[in-house]
Ligand binder design. Structure first.
Ligand code: G3H
Ligand code: ZN
Length: 283
């Protein structure tokens, strides 16, 4: 069933676990995520970035996700990932998304508050949750590029005030993760996470979580991380499975036989994340 993101955030906060949020761009990715959630009896966030929406078309993304959520035996929320404009948020609300993220992290603090307030005003009366971002997460997420030198941690005092003034349902924080493939071994700033968690009760969101060690994820969740975003790890599983298949069977031309193993590989990655995040068995 499709439910509001706020229900998933609140249940996760209460239960002390995090829900995985996985990016979809086509049917096979969507099915891999949903099948993983069902097999693990886990709630799940499906999410589409602006790039994903541009690629597939919002009618396809929203339509496919709605069908999948309606058929699913577990609670599913459909989230806009890193929306950067009010217009994009409104479009997603109109197309039945049950959660949106407004990423105003490129704006000044006051402008970030203003755009987030505006999105909350339109989303909440429609039963749609709002996630915002404070601080700057480095790396590349589709059309959003943040150079390493421009990345900056979330300020705990600002976080508390931001949540108070915007009434967001969840806050994405910058504590050392980055989008995309890591060059070195990423280290989370646990002191910063602890400070943020001590200043606000809002459910926290960890972005750029592909490539973060299991140990650090396990340590982070109890601080109130309730949603963990994974995209790159699914992309790697998808492309590696296709490369392997075509290396073994260069003459294969049936898309189902090429994409089937890719779907299976993504499903295994998603299942392992659900167990790691503690959401398995919580549907
Ligand atoms: O918003 C999406 C995520 O933060 C994905 O990050 O590609 O590093 O897993 P990732
Ligand atoms: Zn992200």
């Amino acid at each position: 069933m499709l439910i509001s993101g706020s229900e998933l955030f609140q249940a996760a906060k209460k239960g002390g676990y995090a829900v995985g949020a996985f990016n979809l761009n086509n049917m096979e990715i969507l099915q891999a995520i949903i099948e993983a959630a069902e097999e693990e009896n886990s709630p799940v966030f499906l999410q589409a970035s602006q790039g994903g929406i541009k690629y597939a078309g919002i009618e396809y993304i929203a339509g496919m996700a709605r069908v999948a959520a309606e058929k699913a035996k577990v609670p599913v929320a459909l989230n806009l990932d890193h929306g950067t404009s009010f217009t994009q948020v409104v479009q997603c609300v109109r197309h039945g998304f049950s959660a949106v993220m407004i990423d105003g992290s490129q704006l000044s603090y006051e402008d970030n508050i203003a755009i987030t307030q505006k999105c909350v005003e339109v989303a909440h009366p429609n039963g749609v949750s709002v996630e915002a971002e404070l601080g700057k997460i480095g790396g590349v997420e589709d059309d959003i590029v943040v150079d390493e030198k421009d990345a900056s941690y979330t300020d705990p005092k600002e976080a508390a005030e931001f949540v108070e003034r915007t009434k967001v349902d969840a806050l994405a924080i910058a504590i050392g993760t980055a989008h995309g493939l890591y060059k070195g071994e990423p280290k989370l700033a646990f002191d910063r996470l602890q400070e943020i968690a001590s200043m606000t009760d809002v459910p926290l969101v960890l972005h750029g979580a592909s490539g973060i060690s299991d140990e650090q994820i396990r340590k982070a969740v109890p601080y109130g991380i309730t949603k963990i975003n994974i995209d790159t790890d699914l992309r790697v599983a998808f492309s590696q499975a296709i490369k392997d298949l075509l290396a073994e069977k260069p003459g294969e031309i049936d898309p189902r036989k090429i994409l089937g193993p890719a779907k299976a590989a993504m499903k295994e990655v998603a299942r392992a994340k659900m167990r790691l995040f503690g959401s398995a068995g919580r549907a």
